[in-house]
Ligand binder design. Structure first.
Ligand SMILES: Nc1ncnc2c1ncn2[C@@H]1O[C@H](COP(=O)(O)OP(=O)(O)OP(=O)(O)O)[C@@H](O)[C@H]1O
Ligand SMILES: [Mg+2]
Length: 144
């Protein structure tokens, strides 16, 4: 199935860009007329994925974060967040609630759990030394 509209942006892994990514996604998704809760869910999920790139993917220097959003005729929204950073050695373990390699005083290890609870489907692929891709999808309700 081919998307009827597609948006791709990339930006540096700087903290300020968490807000930029949320705003850019919301501006693109406006045409799909999501409900307020649907939009909030997708913005929260994208914040978590982008924050992970900012916090974990590039520990030594800034790197690029790639955000793609695709809209399909049937109301499906597919959001992809990709980095070319350090990667995740064990994705299954990393996705478990409360697993973190970050500073436990700052990180709860709940980012992936949040993405999974706010989106219909979350798929993570990662190669150590090459980077990580998070693909999240959600089907919007059809309004009368
Ligand atoms: N883009 C990424 N690149 C490298 N490692 C990642 C990436 N995203 C997640 N991880 C790894 O997966 C772990 C779990 O991520 P998750 O978002 O669930 O929790 P967290 O980021 O540690 O904490 P929180 O999101 O609650 O602040 C991270 O601690 C990190 O080890
Ligand atoms: Mg996180």
């Amino acid at each position: 199935m081919k998307a009827y509209n597609l948006m791709k942006i990339s930006f540096y892994s700087r903290s300020v860009n968490e807000g930029f990514a949320r705003g850019a996604l919301a501006a693109f998704l406006a045409q799909a007329d999501p409900t307020v809760p649907e939009l909030a869910d997708m913005k929260t999920a994208v914040s978590e994925a982008v924050t992970n790139c900012i916090v974990h993917a590039y520990p030594r220097q800034v790197g690029l974060v790639y955000l793609t959003a695709a809209l399909y005729e049937d109301g499906l929204v597919k959001i992809t967040v990709t980095d070319r950073g350090v990667g995740i050695p064990d994705v299954e373990k990393a996705m478990q609630p409360m697993f973190t390699t970050g500073n436990p005083e700052e990180r709860a290890g709940l980012g992936f759990a949040v993405m999974q609870s706010f989106m219909d489907k979350v798929r993570v692929t990662s190669t150590p030394g090459k980077g990580t891709r998070v693909v999240m999808s959600k089907t919007l309700s059809t309004k009368q």
